[in-house]
Design a binder for this molecule. Sequence first.
Ligand code: KIV
Ligand code: ZN
Length: 388
Amino acid sequence: MSDRVFIFDTTLRDGEQSPGATMNQLEKLRIARQLESMGVDIIEAGFPAASDGDFCSVREIARSVEKCQVAGLCRAVPSDIDRAWEAIREAAHPRIHTFIATSPLHMKHKLQKEPAQVLEMAQRAVRHACGYTANVEFSAEDASRSEWDFLARITEAVIDCGATTVNIPDTVGYAQPDEFAELIRYLRANVRNIDRAIISVHCHNDLGLAVANTMAAIRAGARQAEVTLSGIGERAGNAALEEVVMNLNTRRNFFEVEHGIDTKMLFPACRLLSHIIGQPIPPNKAVTGANAFAHESGIHQDGVLKDRRTYEIMTPESVGRVGTDMVLGKHSGRHAIKRKLDELGYRLSEEDVTLVADAMKRLADIKKTIYDEDLEAIVLEEVFRIPD
Ligand code: KIV
Ligand code: ZN
């Protein structure tokens, strides 16, 4: 098995399906360029049959992106596949991504088809797509609620028809990490031709487990992770690209796999997305939130000042952030206050630092966060005040 995990970004397709995250063509192009320079392997640019606007955006992205593969999503019906190919055909590395639901619930109530019909449609779709390109991905929608033996049968069949990637989505975020890893291991053990395709996973976050399920699946042998910037996506979203990648980096010896992402571009990319869709990054968001590298308690601040590794498992610089942020508040210690004063350009005596620290703690009792401006006002009042 290869030790390289392919990062498949679907910010522009599944991510855009997130309420309020609609982007225009130019905005999508900016995101696509950012993803390309970050080292993403595959960009899912959209769902060309969904609308003319989507078709045009996918075509523009296909024309402009050179370094990575560009995928267009389509249902397992010939007209959708034709439209997807029309949109991506000018890409340097096009990929057709076709899907059909495989769970009893979806087959019976949504598709109103028997499993044998679904199997047949999947095979036809993959054969049809292979008439255009050798780079074909098949997704078994709602795979995590599908019967495992049927999932294995359909996986084997689409690989025989030419699919080079088979995606196992946890469409409604229902899976648990152990169980999802077990499913991936089951497919590896029970699909005769599995070595001819890459197993991909695509996890939603309805129970907050999208990243955990993705990581468990990688441990079990999945070699493509479908993700979005900041985890935007349908309902509670998808697995966040920056979190999956930093798990791989921070616990390199645990996962023992490589990826092609320049991690220094993670924060700028998420910031760009946030700016474009007008949705702020939550402060406690892992990797990119304002608090992700902020330390307020005195014990933590003291530790970080002595050796950052005491309370930081990755450096802010490694994800493209400026540096550790010491947030002053009532839990802050003297060391952090002195350092902040130094940063602001005040070289104070020990005695004056004590004066400022005492005043700051009094203020912090009534005001949660102490900003630089508050500290400067304290310095002016306590140290530089000219007596009346
Ligand atoms: O969540 C899902 O199942 C999907 C598929 C179309 C890949 O987005
Ligand atoms: Zn999805």
